[in-house]
Every structure is written in C-alpha cells, then in structure tokens.
Design a binder for this molecule. Structure first.
Ligand SMILES: NC(=O)c1ccc[n+]([C@@H]2O[C@H](COP(=O)([O-])OP(=O)(O)OC[C@H]3O[C@@H](n4cnc5c(N)ncnc54)[C@H](OP(=O)(O)O)[C@@H]3O)[C@@H](O)[C@H]2O)c1
Length: 329
C-alpha cells in the first residue's frame, strides 16, 4: 500500500511495532513508502471470517485472526466474552482495522439461549467498537438483513428496521450501541451466505445438500425469497470498503450488500442439483411459510449506497455453488 502523509496522520503509527518504516518516512529517506497494515478479524474460523482473512492476506496485510473452538493454523484462541483478554490482545497488536465477524448467527440458537447470545452479539460488539475508537482503528461490524421484517423490500440503509426474531433483535441492538459508542464505525448488512465450507450444513445453503443426498421424498420451502451471497464477494466488499475509508475518513454508518439473484430454497436446490448432475425428483416445492422462528419473507437489500461509491462484486449462484463439488464425491 502506498502511504501518504494524510494516511499516516490517520493512525497513531509512532507506537506501532509494524510501522518502523514510518520513521524512515519521517526522516524523508523514503517517500512514498510501503507500509504494512494490520487487521484484526474476530470469528476468523467462521464461514465469513475465513474468507475475510484470505482477502486481506491476498493484499499483503498482516492478519491476526481470533477464534474460539476451531483453532488451526495461525488463529489465536480467545473467548470474546473475556474483555480483559481481548483488550490485551488488541493493545498488543494495535490493529489499524478491526473486522468483527464473530456472532451467534443461528436464529434458533439465539432463541434457545437468548442471554448468552445477547452477550456475544451485543455486549462483545460494543466492547470491540469502544476499543477500536480508543486506538483509532477502523471498525467494521457485520450485520444482517434479518433486522428487517421482509414486508417491503428492497430495503435502503435508512429504512426502518423491524426484526421478526431475537437474532435480528440482537444484531439491531448491536448496531445502535456501536453507532453511539463509536460513530465512525461502518456497519455492513448482508444476507444469507455460502462459500467454501468445511462441512455440509455450515451454511443454510449447503444444508440443502442433505435433502438432495437423502433421496427421501421431501417438501422444500418455496416461500421465503433470499439473495444468497458468496463469502468471497462479501470479503472483497469489506476490503474495498476499508480501502475507501482509508481514503475518505468521513465514510461511516450503515451499508447494504446482497447477491443479485433471488431464489427460494427449492429454486436453490434445483440450481445445486443441475450444476452437480444430481436428481432432485424426490423433492417438491412447499409454498407455505417455513415453520419455527419467524423469518422475513423477502428482505432484499438495496446495494445502491455502495454501488454509488463504486464498490461491488457478485459471483453468479451457478458459479458459486461449484465449490460444493467436494460434497458430492
Ligand atoms: N452466515 C450467514 O448466512 C449470515 C447472514 C447474514 C449475516 N451474517 C453475519 O455475518 C457474521 C459472520 O457469520 P458467519 O456465518 O461467518 O458465522 P459462523 O460461521 O457461525 O462463525 C462464528 C464465529 O464466531 C466465533 N465465536 C463464537 N463465539 C465466540 C466466542 N465466545 N469467542 C470468540 N469467538 C467466538 C466462532 O469461533 P469458533 O468457531 O472457533 O468457536 C466463529 O469463528 C456474523 O456477524 C453474522 O451475524 C451471517
């Protein structure tokens, strides 16, 4: 990354161990300079966090990924509920950017264990946003289309949220607390994700593969409409957003991104089956609302704010689901 004086002023670089190059710039021996930027990613073992880590590494950033139960490679284990441990890590690493991906994102689990889910989704998010503000790091919080009721899509960033379930409640509450405590934060709302997954069922999309493989006559939801997003696309959008923020510090608040194609679950299954040459004759569409916790019928997000500043990326669903090939071998 090329460093300009404006960018250097944006951060407290004097105390950053990775920025000794700044000293050379200050002594005028190196201008422009190449600076190592560092990013801390929470939930780095998760579906989105893995893609975000890969994206920043691709651009030669120094990445510190935090995880909890799935520790491998260079991930660092920490319980984000342990505020003291988290503060220590952040003050030691001094990230220029914090991407907060960790959350309890299962609607049913949030309903079953609301207190602990609220601690992770709200209290931890608030703590990280405060820390980011204290060390002048850019803070990106990942939120969800489930803050909307799904009755009047497409939703713009300033449309009134009205979550139908407790998961949506916790994410909306986190958004509000973050905006209060660190108004410079960026909040990215995204829809259902899929991507390079560790097991069948890691995402709501790959869960459909179980129905394909089971070969038992089953009805599949053909009611709720979704705009699945590939994790590689979202990781790229996050990276693009951070780069924009480095150029324009006034960029803040809520942003929306979602895939460009709409599907019901039944329609997604058809695409996955056709791409991988599997029969779906045993499956039939169910045109009634899905049972269980209430979910929005159609929470399509308008991506105009990001598109207007030149950001975006969309992998077609047909191409994106090719990565499920390993589950059919
Ligand atoms: N997946 C979707 O369809 C979707 C849709 C819209 C929005 N989102 C949002 O996108 C973000 C990323 O979701 P995701 O699908 O990547 O989630 P995920 O795959 O379920 O990953 C959750 C991550 O949080 C970490 N984590 C959980 N509890 C922790 C704790 N106490 N301390 C430290 N780390 C903890 C997990 O670590 P370990 O696994 O190592 O324990 C994991 O890395 C979330 O904010 C979610 O609300 C997701």
């Amino acid at each position: 990354m090329i460093v300009t004086p404006a960018l250097l002023n944006r951060f407290n670089l004097d105390s950053n161990p990775f920025c000794n190059i700044y000293d050379r710039w200050k002594s005028k021996s190196l201008l422009p300079a190449i600076l190592v930027m560092n990013v801390l990613i929470t939930g780095a073992s998760g579906l989105l966090g893995r893609a975000v880590g890969a994206e920043f590494k691709k651009h030669s950033w120094k990445v510190l990924g935090l995880a909890y139960s799935r520790i491998k490679d260079d991930l660092v284990k920490v319980d984000l509920n342990d505020f003291e441990a988290v503060s220590k890590i952040i003050y030691q690493f001094k990230p220029h950017v914090i991407i907060h991906c960790a959350a309890e994102r299962s609607v049913d689990k949030v309903t079953e264990d609301y207190e602990n889910s609220k601690k992770l989704n709200v209290d931890v998010s608030k703590h990280l946003a405060k820390l980011a503000g204290d060390i002048k790091a850019i803070f990106v919080f990942i939120s969800t289309d489930y803050v909307f009721s799904g009755e009047s899509p497409p939703y713009k960033e300033d449309d009134q949220p009205s979550p139908l379930n407790l998961y949506g409640d916790t994410k909306l509450e986190a958004e509000k607390r973050i905006a209060e405590i660190n108004p410079d934060s960026m909040i990215l709302r995204i829809p259902v994700l899929y991507g390079d997954e560790e097991y069948i069922g890691e995402s709501a999309i790959s869960s459909l593969i179980k129905l394909l493989l089971k070969k038992v006559p089953t009805k599949v939801s053909n009611y709720e409409i979704r705009y699945p997003s590939n994790t590689v696309d979202i990781a790229s959008i996050i990276f693009q957003l951070v780069m924009k923020k480095l150029q324009d510090h006034s960029l803040k608040g809520i942003f929306h991104w979602c895939g460009m194609e709409s599907f019901t679950k039944y329609e997604m299954i058809k695409v996955i089956a056709e791409v991988h040459g599997i029969s779906y004759d045993h499956l039939s569409p169910d045109n009634n609302p899905s049972p269980g916790s209430k979910r929005p019928k159609n929470s399509q997000l308008s991506c105009k704010r990001l598109q207007d500043i030149g950001l975006g990326m969309h992998t077609s669903f047909t191409d994106g689901v090719k990565c499920f090939g390993k589950f059919f071998n």
